[in-house]
Write a protein that binds this ligand. Sequence first.
Ligand code: IYR
Length: 230
Amino acid sequence: MSIKDHLFIKGFKHIKFNQTEFSSEEMVNKSESFYQWMNIRRSVREFSDKPVPKEVIENIIKTASTAPSGAHKQPWTFCIISNPILKSEIRKAAELEEKESYENRMSDRWLKDLEHLGTDMNKPFLEIAPWLIVVFKRAFEYDENGEKYNNYYVNESVGLAAGMLITAIHNAGLATLTHTPSPMRFLSKILDRPDNERPFLLLPVGYANDPVFVPDLKRKKLNEISKFYE
Ligand code: IYR
């Protein structure tokens, strides 16, 4: 007797999916140790210029692209920059926007909310980190006749991929920062992206500077972020 490894549902091939199962004890241990590992992740603003192998970055990007997405449209493009000329162009343009933001665009309340993070308009990490990843969301696509069609839940999908990207970066023992210079249109220009792509997030990736100091943040407790209905 042969066991079926696929079947057709409404004409579409479905393959057998084998969920990896763990015992309750293993589940508790794995989820606890993964939490402990994720809980030491921190956004880092000072990077070393120590090189990171391209293969690591490729694996990280492939991991991010395993994220679920609306209608499985995978509405993302990752631009990965190590070219020093492009990095310095990006830094200059980002700092111009940040200067305007810090001096004129952000409210007093916002600036006060950021004080404890020690951020300012200077973004040297954009040149120092060996890699920059710019995540673009693909608002729409062109079909073979050049007609536009929309993607679905684009922000949700790309947000999920970005979360998985950050997780994969941390898993590799590397540091990153979710940087959102605003507005980010300059990234489309510098990277020569097509009109269906919009910049979503800019992440420097590399080794943290040694030593590096980060704000003494506290995470909300489980009972502050959740409510169980049993
Ligand atoms: N984009 C600016 C300001 C900034 C805004 C928030 I909200 C942050 O959590 C951190 C920074 C900057 O990168 O400095």
